[in-house]
Design a protein around this ligand. Sequence first.
Ligand code: HEC
Ligand code: HEC
Length: 299
Amino acid sequence: MKRGLTTALLLGLVLPLAILPAQAQRRGAPAGPPNPFAGNSQAIAQGEQVYNQNCTSCHGPNGGAGEIGPEIVHNLSVPLRGELNDEQILDVIRNGAPGTVMPAWKGKLADDDILRIGAFLHSLRGTAIDNPLAGNVAHGEEIFWGNGQCGSCHMLGGKGALKGPDLTNVAAEYKSNLIVDALTKPNHRIFGDGGVHLRALPAMDTYDAVHVTLNNGRTVDGVLLNQDSYSLQLMGDDNQLHLLDRSQVKAVVNKPPLMPTDYDKRLTKEEFADLMAFLTRQGRKAPATVSAPRNADPD
Ligand code: HEC
Ligand code: HEC
């Protein structure tokens, strides 16, 4: 059945974008209500105290790695993707990490104190949106859609293309220096420095540029969005989604990455600064999100 269907799809039928893959979902749990203590400097200071009393012994100060516990806050050029989001962090603090020495703090600490720790950790993890760069934002937006041609590959605010990650929330996901890296360093996809603890390996197999040859001689060029043993999903250079049945695929050849990494040279200094001013404001200013504690009483 499944194979019949995918074969049918192969016959030139292009899927609507509605079924676009788990890409977006992989980005993290849906946002819950805001952490009431987020951005509150007094609560953050209290959170730091509670953290220092209970957590530094394993995790080290300021969320850096300790002898026993992993790093919670990355100071290095490591993307936040793969890192736990605020909500997941609170979940681990409340419920512990079963099978490890990471205790469940629910019951040992007041939930407000857990939320304060969450606000403290969030303040350390501050992404671009918490500290946007200076420049002419409107001009930066022009560069994004114009000179920079970012929109020919990226979506932003529901506009653009899908050959690269959606940048609508980029400033809430990355620190500013990481956005600069993405635009200027060929190796910006280095996800760890050896000491970094990532819960889930980032999706390194997405957005690979490929040239696919089918048994019937047809070729498709595009970006690999997803694959399993039966099929390949490609965002084609024609900006159409292609679902290819593996049994029809003769060869898949990798091409160099699509993302240009010389924007510091393609753009003038001023244009680059303005683009960064624009990018570091794209996103939902993240009030640290929280979920209701698990097993919470309905009332
Ligand atoms: C006895 C040592 C210990 C103490 C004390 C401890 N932790 Fe942990 N913590 C760990 C270990 C070990 C892990 C890794 C668990 C795993 O591998 O999944 C961890 C994991 C975590 C994670 C998940 C990190 C990630 O990216 O996967 C968070 C968040 C965290 N701890 C926060 C805290 C906070 C906040 C406190 C204090 C309230 C605390 N921990 C106290 C040992 C500890
Ligand atoms: C020809 C297509 C293309 C163009 C043009 C392009 N990008 Fe990209 N971009 C990609 C692809 C594909 C990726 C994902 C793979 C990678 O990181 O190399 C990416 C990755 C990124 C990332 C990292 C995002 C993440 O979640 O990992 C940022 C930020 C980014 N691009 C911003 C920009 C900006 C800003 C511009 C315009 C100045 C731009 N890109 C132009 C294709 C493109």
